[in-house]
Design a binder for this molecule. Structure first.
Ligand SMILES: [Zn+2]
Length: 288
């Protein structure tokens, strides 16, 4: 254990502050973050298999969380296992989180704050995402990959050794574009994430993918579709007095009926479109 690091981390309350201090100790960290080594530096003394039905990750530590053991379900892919370890490490290091945890698949997708439990799960997810996809590196990579494309999610998933799902969430969080990502299974929405400026989606968890969506009919396993230009009404909630923007849609088929949808709104194009509409509206009375 690195005692200095551990002492510095003890003063940090939020995932972001913890990560800031942590990365100070690993200035030249690689994209494939050495997770086990970091865990061991902060007091994790072992990794073992979790054998409790319905849970995929767990933490067991002494009440002061000086030392802990991280548990993961057998059979997780390496990428998902890494995210789960990062999540449990978050529970271990965030002072307000309990020293004994068992986390379900749903907990590892949590990003709401509607209860203390959900807020803590969501904090552990933020910690894991921030640890495995360090912000400065990830932003530089998004930038150098160029214009938005679902294919980049696959590339980044290999580069950082984390699942496409974790990458897609981070991508939407950190991309400067107005975009959203929807995860579905057998054409039923599992959950979605949007960038801060994305208009409200007209879907909810458990609802069917829109019939007119490209994702609904895209069937090429392992493939990424071209961008398709869609009427915004297919995906977005109607808003009073607001014209639907054009939404660009791209679909990725993973294995076994899992799909990822990337939506993108070209804000610059939309602004120009709105301006020219306003101009026409303003001049129309005089042109009659
Ligand atoms: Zn958890």
């Amino acid at each position: 254990m690195n005692v200095d690091l551990r002492m510095d981390l003890a003063d940090c309350g939020s995932p972001e502050r913890l990560l800031q201090v942590l990365f100070g100790y690993y200035p030249d960290i690689s994209r494939r973050v050495p997770l086990e080594a970091i865990a061991s530096d902060v007091g994790i003394i072992g990794f073992t298999t979790l054998e409790v039905e319905g849970f995929i990750g767990g933490l067991t530590a002494d009440p002061d969380k000086n030392q802990g053991i991280i548990l993961t379900k057998d059979g997780l892919s390496n990428k998902r296992k890494r995210f789960t370890i990062g999540h449990e490490l978050g529970h271990f290091l965030i002072p307000t989180h309990n020293y004994q945890r068992q986390c379900s698949k749903q907990d590892l997708e949590e990003n709401s704050r509607t209860s203390t439990y959900k807020r803590q799960e969501s904090e552990a997810n933020r910690f894991s995402a921030g640890l495995l996809m360090p912000k400065p590196l990830f932003i530089a990579d998004i930038d150098s990959l160029g214009s938005i494309d679902a294919g980049h999610i696959r590339q980044l998933s290999d580069l950082y050794d984390v699942s496409m799902e974790a990458v897609a969430n981070r991508y939407v969080d950190l991309s400067p574009e107005t975009c959203a990502v929807i995860f579905s299974y057998q054409d039923v929405v599992r959950y979605s994430r949007t960038s801060k400026d994305f208009p409200p989606l007209d879907i909810r968890n458990g609802s069917q993918l829109p019939l007119a969506s490209l994702t609904r009919r895209y069937r090429s396993t392992g493939g990424t579709s071209q961008w398709v230009s869609q009427h915004g009404g297919i995906w977005l909630l109607p808003q009073y007095n607001v014209r639907f923007p054009t939404v660009l849609e791209q679909a990725v088929c993973q294995s076994n009926g899992f799909k990822v949808t990337l939506l993108y709104i070209d804000q610059e194009g939309e602004d120009q479109e709105n301006e020219s509409r306003e101009l026409v509206a303003r001049w129309t009375p005089y042109l009659r």
